[in-house]
Structures are given as C-alpha cells and as structure tokens.
Design a protein. Structure first.
Length: 202
C-alpha cells in the first residue's frame, strides 16, 4: 500500500469512528430526552389534579393510571380528597391499575369514603390486586352501611381460601340482609375446611 492509499484509508477510518461516536452520543441523548419528556408529562398530569375544571382533573387521573407506576400513587392518594365524587371514583380506578402495596393502602382510604359509589369502586379495585394486603380493607368493608358493598367484600374474601377469615365471615351470617348472609355462606363454603364446616353447622 502506497502512502496515498494508506492516508485515504486512515482518513476513512477516522471518519467512520467519528460517525460511530456521533451515533452513540445521539442515541444516549435521545433516550435521556425521552425520559425527561415523560417526567415532564407526569408532572403536568399531577398539576392537572388540582385544576378548577372537573373534566381536567378526571383526565389527569386517568392518564396517571395509564402510566401505572408506583411513583404516581402519592399524588393519586391526595386526589382522594377531591370534592367531586366522580373524580374520586376515577382515582380509585386509576389506583387499581397499579400493582403495588402502596396502591392498596391508598384504595383502603377510599373504602371509608362518604360516597357509596366510591366505596363500591374501592372494593372492586381490591379484587384486581393479587395481594393479601387487600384482606384488611375488605374486612373493613364487610361492616359497610351499604349492602352491595358488604356483599362484594364478602365474596372477595371467599376467594382467598384463607381459613383465618372464617370467624370474620361467620359474623356476616348475622347480617340483617338475607342476600348478604347468603354471600357469607358461599364465601365460607369456598374456603372449606373444618372451621368452615363448624361455622355453617351452627
């Protein structure tokens, strides 16, 4: 290889190396740019939770639910104090999409909400949380003033197949509503075992 050929080859190699570096730096910059843009978007939705317009608050809640990360649980939990029942219902639905115990703790707050629809939505939300952390809030819901909330909570407790729940469900056999009592019978039967047989034999 003569000097001119070597010089041309070396120059090509340098250019190729520069392009590779440019590509790598560009790719890294793009990744960090996207992450930063996503974070800005999340902050915008969090800000929207306090908007004067209910529609904006609801949309912000729904968008945060779609993100589905544990990081958005705290602002959603704060939104459970919203004056609108509709907003609080959407907050609970959004929390149900986040598979994390912090989300369950937030939903547990909604189980004690003043509005029947919010409490019912909270119980339904606990059904999609595949965690025993949901048991405590569900037990609380078996004492709800609304029979539909009590029935749903009882039905869900029966799906855990946990014999330690039999005493709680046995208390529900004394409920003033016949459909609630029937749900308790089915729930205890679903759990099965000696304790369940004894409870149903009384």
């Amino acid at each position: 290889m003569d000097f001119k050929s070597w010089k041309s080859s070396a120059a090509g190699g340098v250019r190729s190396g520069l392009w590779r570096k440019f590509f790598v730096f560009g790719f890294v910059f793009l990744i960090f740019g996207c992450l930063y843009a996503d974070e800005l978007l999340v902050q915008q939705y969090i800000k929207g939770l306090k908007d004067k317009k209910k529609a904006v608050r609801i949309e912000s809640v729904q968008k945060l639910g779609e993100i589905g990360k544990p990081d958005v649980v705290a602002p959603l939990r704060d939104a459970l104090n919203d004056k609108s029942d509709d907003v609080r219902v959407e907050v609970v639905k959004a929390l149900s999409k986040i598979q994390d115990d912090t989300a369950i703790s937030a939903i547990a707050v909604a189980v004690k909400d003043k509005d029947d629809d919010v409490r019912m939505t909270a119980v339904d939300a606990l059904s999609v949380q595949n965690s025993k952390a949901a048991i405590g809030p569900l037990i609380e819901a078996t004492k709800d003033k609304n029979k539909s909330v009590r029935k749903s909570a009882i039905n869900l407790l029966g799906t855990f197949s946990d014999s330690s729940l039999v005493p709680t469900l046995s208390n529900c056999l004394k409920d003033k509503n016949s459909s609630v009592r029937l749900s308790a019978i089915y729930a205890i039967g679903s759990i099965g075992g000696v304790d369940a047989i004894r409870a149903l034999s009384v």
